[in-house]
Design a binder for this molecule. Structure first.
Ligand code: 5GP
Ligand code: MN
Length: 351
């Protein structure tokens, strides 16, 4: 069996591993949580942590503020995930995964009950606010699921069977099927290890990345038809009215921002999706994507969100039109500033 390469396992410092191991060992009741609008890395790392903890003799509660898509039901343990109403007021330990800030846990984390409970924050967002009592934040990892391979290894839990399927899910989805700039030798080695552990790349790719509803295909057609392009920025919007007309779900627009970026004329893409959050409020979810050289996480942070240089986002409460206007202006400014500094440096090189 392939063992993780020391060049990759160094992403988990020894002191961090023992602090996490000790906190888990001491805890009887553990709440595990990931972010609102859960994607493959959120669901995979949540279920993966569930399998790691069970191997260590624990019986954790796995909770998400928003209901995860049934597309992920192939991951063993999927139906053990509970919603906000089944979260208790007290636990010995909370473990948060793939959440860049405390608010990303949604209403699973209630400050009035949970603020004084020890919290392990495991994440790979460069914008992470280090909101835990133990923070293990590693932006060099492509997915939190990749980080959990190193944690499992350190805790003596084999990354095989159910755990391998869960972890391969986040590795595949956060790298868009091993196609992102974050796909390096450690990611590929992690994939080899999980494949040897019994997980199937084909199964994960077809369930988590490629399955679409008919409604979502029609929706993409409509949204693409109204996409706009200006100053190297391409964007598209999707209102609640459109969604209701087309019978689309929250997941149906996933991947659209990545697809928009395939336009040769664009360096930055954005989608603006209106939806109802778990508290019943209308919000606009903004997804930003960028080609290498552009850092859209700066724009996301300036609007109260977060993410990575090539993929970031934020959630805003203003009307859709206002959000689009503000965000597109910021993205166009980012593009302009990049192009003018690029022009200046190439002028200097030729001068
Ligand atoms: P996506 O566009 O796929 O929803 O998210 C892209 C990246 O931006 C992910 O890493 C995600 O965690 C981050 N992101 C998306 N929306 C938000 C948000 O509302 N707040 C924060 N802090 N990060 C977000
Ligand atoms: Mn992730």
């Amino acid at each position: 069996m392939t063992q993780p390469n020391p060049a990759c396992t160094r992403f988990l410092p020894l002191g961090k591993a023992s602090a996490i191991g000790a906190a888990i060992q001491q805890a009887e009741s553990i709440l595990c949580v990931s972010h609102v609008s859960p994607d493959g890395d959120a669901i995979g790392s949540l279920l993966g942590m569930g399998w790691i903890l069970r191997s260590l003799g624990k019986n954790p509660t796995l909770a998400l503020a928003d209901k995860p898509s049934e597309d992920f039901a192939y991951i063993p343990g999927f139906h053990t995930i509970v919603g906000v109403t089944q979260v208790q007021e007290t636990y010995d330990l909370i473990i948060s995964m793939d959440a860049g800030s405390a608010d990303r846990m949604g209403d699973v984390f209630r400050t009035e009950y949970h603020a004084n409970i020890p919290l392990i924050n495991i994440d790979h967002h460069i914008t992470n606010t280090e909101f835990g009592t133990i923070n293990w934040v590693e932006p060099r990892c492509a997915a939190v699921c990749q980080m959990l391979i190193y944690l499992a290894e350190a805790l003596g839990v084999p990354a095989t069977g159910n755990l391998a399927v869960a972890l391969l899910t986040g590795l595949v989805t956060d790298t868009l099927g091993f196609r992102t700039s974050s796909t390096d030798a450690c990611v590929l080695q992690a994939a080899v290890q999980l494949t040897e552990g019994g997980a199937s790349i084909q199964e994960v790719v077809s369930n988590a990345l490629q399955r679409r509803t008919f409604a979502s295909l029609r929706l993409w057609g409509a949204i693409l038809n109204s996409a706009e392009l200006m100053d190297g920025v391409i964007w598209a919007t999707f209102s609640l009215t459109q969604r209701n007309q087309m019978g689309a779900t929250d997941r149906d627009t996933e991947g659209l921002a990545n697809f928009l970026l395939s336009a040769r004329e664009a360096d930055i893409s954005a989608t603006f999706t209106e939806r109802i959050n778990s508290a019943g409020q209308t919000v606009v979810e903004c997804s930003f994507r960028a080609n290498p050289g552009f850092d859209v996480s700066t724009v996301a942070v300036s609007l109260g969100g977060g993410g990575h240089a090539p993929a970031a986002g934020c959630t805003l409460f203003s009307p859709l039109d206002t959000v689009v206007e503000t965000a597109v202006a910021a993205l166009r400014r980012l593009h302009r500033e990049h192009m003018s500094s690029f022009a200046q440096s190439s002028q200097a090189n030729h001068g």
